[in-house]
Design a protein around this ligand. Structure first.
Ligand code: ZN
Length: 171
């Protein structure tokens, strides 16, 4: 899934869990819920953004040999991925904190960070191939159902709308 989708759905999960408990641990619970939401929605068939959009991606079809090659293209990819993550956070804040709902901006931020973390761990894997990170990479990449067909972005829109509807239940 795109980082924008992960940020919005993670923010919704974080807001819902933090709102359901009144103690400060709710924020930690929201972070964990955001992380879990990432792995759940990665199993929904979705657009293969990495293959289509990233310029520095090497060995894209071999999940365990993939890498982002350092250089000018990598800098472009960091700006692109950072931009779409920030877009997701701003949309989540707009909807869930200052718009339809009034959930804590902190809960949304932590849910968003939790929702983005699994994909940040791709980069840790690419650059370290460390034990633990490798096992997580195998698990995480095994969850994916991806297509380079742009119409698969539609499943991401539905995923966001369903997350919004579920959040309404907690509002
Ligand atoms: Zn992922």
């Amino acid at each position: 899934m795109t980082l924008t989708t992960h940020a919005i759905v993670g923010g919704a999960a974080g807001a819902a869990v933090a709102a359901a408990t009144s103690n400060p641990w709710g924020l930690l619970g929201g972070f964990i819920a955001g992380f879990a939401s990432h792995l759940i929605i990665d199993a929904i068939p979705h657009w293969n953004e990495g293959v289509v959009m990233l310029r520095s991606l090497r060995n894209p079809l071999d999940k365990l040999k993939r890498d982002l090659e350092m250089g000018r293209d990598f800098a472009y990819d960091v700006v692109y991925l950072g931009g779409e993550s920030l877009l997701g956070l701003l949309v989540a804040w707009g909807w869930f904190s200052f718009g339809f709902f009034h959930f804590s901006p902190w809960a949304i931020l932590l849910g968003t960070v939790g929702g983005l973390l699994p994909d940040a761990l791709h980069l840790v894997y690419f650059k370290t191939r460390a034990w633990g990170v490798t096992q997580f990479e195998e698990f995480h990449s095994g969850l994916q159902h991806e297509s380079t067909n742009i119409w698969y972005l539609g499943t991401e829109a539905w995923t966001i709308l369903i997350a919004l509807a579920l959040l309404k239940l907690f509002a």
